[in-house]
Design a protein around this ligand. Sequence first.
Ligand code: AHR
Length: 771
Amino acid sequence: MLTTTLLAVLLSHGQAKATITVDTGRPGIRISPDLYGIFFEEINCGGDGGLYAEMVRNRSFEDDPKEPVHWIASTTGSMELDHENGVSAGDPTSLKMTIHPNEGSFSATNEGYWGIPLRKGARYRFSFYARSVEPNRQVEVHLLDSASAPAGGKTIAIGQTWKEYATILTSDRDDPKGALSISSHEAGTMWIDMVSLFPEDTFKNRQNGLRRDLAQKLADLHPSFMRFPGGCWVEGDTMAFSQRWKQTIGDLKDRRTQYDLWQYMSTNGLGFHEYLQLCEDIGAAPLFVINVGMSHHGVVPLDQMDPYVQDALDAIEYANGPVTSKWGTMRAANGHPGSFHLKYLEIGNENGGPNYDARYPLIAKAVKARYPDIHLIANVWGGYPTGPLTEIVDEHYYSNPQFFFDNADKYDHYDRKGPQVYVGEYACTEGCGQGNLIAAVSEAAFMTGMERNSDVVRMCSYAPLFANVEHKTWNPDLINFDNHRSLGTPSYYVQQMFSTNRGDVILPTSVRVEGVRRSEFPHGSIGVGTWGTQAEFKDIEVTVGGKTTKASLSPGAGKWEAKDGVYAQSGPDEPSLASAPVEGETYTLTLKARKTGGREGFLIYAGMSDPKTWIWWNVGGWGNRQDALERSVGGSKGLLGRSLNGSVETGRWYDVKIEYSPERIKCYLDGKLIHDETAPEPKPLDVVASRVDKTGEVILKIVNTSDAPISTTLKGLPAGVSGTRITLTSASPADENTLDDPMHVSPKTSSFTGPDFTFPAYSVTILRCRA
Ligand code: AHR
């Protein structure tokens, strides 16, 4: 069911007509060359089990101290973890295999990341460390198909001390659900560690490389920058699990296998060096995020921050320093003598408050003193550290389509005197399926605003980037994949359309749309309720057309009791609700409300047309700190207007009044007008225009956020203007791409001759022409 269509602008079918006027003679602000980038995080098995092409899961036997997870033993012989006999200090555990006399061969089989995908004729680089009690033991290594039949193998003779062995295995068949087995016949004992299998065919053919299809999808976005490694992954749940880049470089066996708060183990095989290499390979400037001594549940004492400051300095030296420097030498030893040109350093992720304000300057000062050219990014998390060291701030937006439609002009009114903005994470996360068209259209609308205001918005990146469909802990994501297929969501194509069609300077535009119905607030019932809070309500009256009646409420969620005209809610529900229908669309609701316990204030519902579509006045919401009108459409909730500071005192009766009509809502507390919101003027087209310096081409990005096509005349360009048109749309706003039909919603390119166009319902269009 698609509830989100209700969120977009509803037009009277086919009646809307628009004029877009481009002012080519009055170029405006210059567009930041780094506006469109990407954000990678180790989330959803996006790296391990995804972009990082390693096919063996739990290769170092460090994933679980109790058992060799993802490895299956044959019925003969036995295997166990050996915590005393790892191949290196960084990899202390190995797998001990015991082959009993007269039992036949023993095998340990790795199931990979939801199967090892085999392609007929494809070559795979196998390697492992091994040792045996018996000299010159013959070990068989096999690719297996899904029926456990050998699909290609080799025999390797191993000796009595740890040594790395490598060979090429070639698959003789196609099977996406293959496996890798290691077996030996001779009775006795052997150990294996760091068992690895990579396709030879990786992105740019690199060893320890990346899955070609997934990395190519990144390259095809032509990102200006790439943020890495997160996200919450930078912070970790506790400091013990935070990201420290020095544990992610050098020999793979020495890297830390680490628990990821997104619920899996990471090899750190796609580490700092591989990230920098990928940036170079796809032409993106590196934006590295360093831990600021803060995790989700822990903070490093201020007097112990030196190693974190040093980490930041050393990361820059590793990326950019001369080969004569300590970390530059290391980079060269790891295969890259030249600089990686690290450009941006973000200090922390989603950190804020006094702890962040105290730690940010420690790193910022040290970095600026040694590397004045590195651009620093500070987190916005309930504010940001102010002062000369704050150059760029990182804002995050995850919300519903309506939020992105409503905020397409957010940056038109932004403070030009403050720091520049990096919208480091944004995505439509409600009503979006697994990534559908309406989500993409809403993001596109928001992006027109960021581009138009790119003097303020220097950079932006959608988040998250990747999801393995077998381990999705966050939805939606830009690129979904399984172990051998991948797809770009409609949002992916929006990112690509915007990023590959960039101008250098904004051209002012004006948009006029006629024949658009004004949107209306819903109507139905009124109600009272709370969020994790206990409260009483009385004297609840509704006046319709001059006639006042006492409302008789029916209890919904919560623990309600009605006594002497007082409705008391004593449950912990989030939210609770008692409601009554209202005859009429325009009315005045008055009542008295008193908080008796709990964390917040109270909720006054109005215009509830169904349990998922309503408006409530949240008095003392957000931990009893703010006050706002919120609107839910089909279960997607967002702010209606602005939130204000405000809290509710326990034990005090408040007078509440709401004047409600389809066009306007006025809310009064103790007689004082607090909110006055008018149903928004529908704005079905969001537009941004730019010009390319070199070629003089004009690029228009036009987003139709409505449910009907809009016939549009383009003015300001020569009569009969012609060029290329790229359109992203689909039959339904709920349409998605799937692994079986990955291009269902994808851009179509054609040529056009202006000035008259029709922009389909829920569509994103790029027009490129010479003016
Ligand atoms: O993008 C997913 C997560 O959202 C990131 O880890 C975090 O920064 C944000 O909360």
